[in-house]
Design a protein around this ligand. Structure first.
Ligand SMILES: Cc1cc2nc3c(=O)[nH]c(=O)nc-3n(C[C@H](O)[C@H](O)[C@H](O)COP(=O)(O)OP(=O)(O)OC[C@H]3O[C@@H](n4cnc5c(N)ncnc54)[C@H](O)[C@@H]3O)c2cc1C
Ligand code: FES
Length: 262
């Protein structure tokens, strides 16, 4: 794997106008902000803290992967799932409203192998989409979703990446009911797989690639508070010692972390 990109930037808080907040599934939304400068500087691996309100309640921003950046229209986007109070508040935001945003945090991902397979389960797609944009045809994108009710989610991804391979658990659309029938094996130094999704998805990847864990990478989304390395709230224990997801890195080799201990 190649070297990491630039060091994390200084804190950058601003108030941005919400350009769209589209409901893609019962729980998943695509939110875009007018942010011409951020749209130019975004890198895969960047993270956006969105504050659900401009007041003090709640105090903390909610971190989301930068899922897209479009310099042509001057927008950045996140794809989020409603899981609690903060994301429920975000789901009620209307285009034209303004929200406090801290962007970007998070260390850009490294370049990755010559052939890169990006695999995501559900809303985990947000963490890999910008990497697909950066790598173009040298990255293959596999997305696994439940199926019925996720049609608009799949359409959004296909509108950005028509070559994305969508799999649905219920087989109701897409290329079948399991990406594991199509994922290439074995992995190698020339062919890495990066994945993001729920714990069960990571476990399935680990089993599938049990002979080559050194070429399988997890993109982790630990809970975060500060987003700039100060609170130690996002530490992942690795075979090389503790790492902060917000500033050290968010991507880990499958053989250096035990997800059930973190
Ligand atoms: C670096 C990073 C990137 C992320 N990217 C995305 C993304 O692209 N899209 C997306 O939908 N979510 C993403 N998340 C998770 C997202 O930040 C949380 O779901 C969100 O902060 C929850 O806010 P809430 O107020 O709605 O929930 P809360 O009321 O704070 O919590 C509700 C429930 O969600 C759980 N929860 C909260 N935060 C997390 C978390 N980080 N991981 C797992 N469970 C959590 C809580 O334990 C609780 O059970 C990311 C998290 C991190 C740290
Ligand atoms: S979120 Fe505070 S150290 Fe990472």
């Amino acid at each position: 794997m190649g070297g990491y990109g630039s060091a994390p930037r200084a804190l950058n808080d601003s108030v941005l106008t919400v350009a769209e907040n589209i409901k893609l599934t019962e729980k998943i939304f695509w939110m875009s902000f007018d942010a011409p400068e951020l749209a130019v500087s975004a890198r895969a691996g960047n993270c956006v803290f969105v504050y659900p309100s401009c007041g003090n309640d709640p105090m903390l921003g909610r971190p989301f992967a930068a899922a897209d950046a479009d310099p042509a229209v001057g927008r950045i986007s996140v794809c989020y799932m409603v899981v609690g109070r903060g994301t429920a508040m975000l789901s009620a935001v209307k285009p034209g409203e303004r929200l406090k945003v801290r962007a970007f945090t998070g260390k850009p991902y490294p370049e990755g192998a010559k052939e890169l397979i990006l695999a995501a389960g559900g809303v985990g797609a947000g963490a890999v989409l910008l990497k697909k944009k950066e790598r173009g045809k040298s990255a293959k994108l596999f997305i696994g979703i439940p199926g019925r009710g996720y049609e608009a989610f799949a359409e959004k991804i296909l509108s950005l990446y028509p070559d994305a391979q969508i799999y649905t658990d219920d087989g109701s659309f897409g290329r079948g009911n399991s990406m594991f029938a199509a994922l290439p094996r074995p992995l190698s130094a020339e062919k890495e797989l990066w994945c993001c999704g729920p714990l069960g998805f990571f476990d399935a990847m680990r089993r599938f690639y049990e002979s080559t864990p050194e070429h399988l990478y997890y993109i982790l989304e630990k809970r975060m508070a500060c987003g700039f390395g100060g609170c130690m709230g996002c530490v992942v224990e690795t075979s090389g010692g503790p790492k902060r997801v917000c500033v050290d890195r968010a991507i880990f080799r499958a053989d250096e972390v035990d997800l059930h201990d973190n």
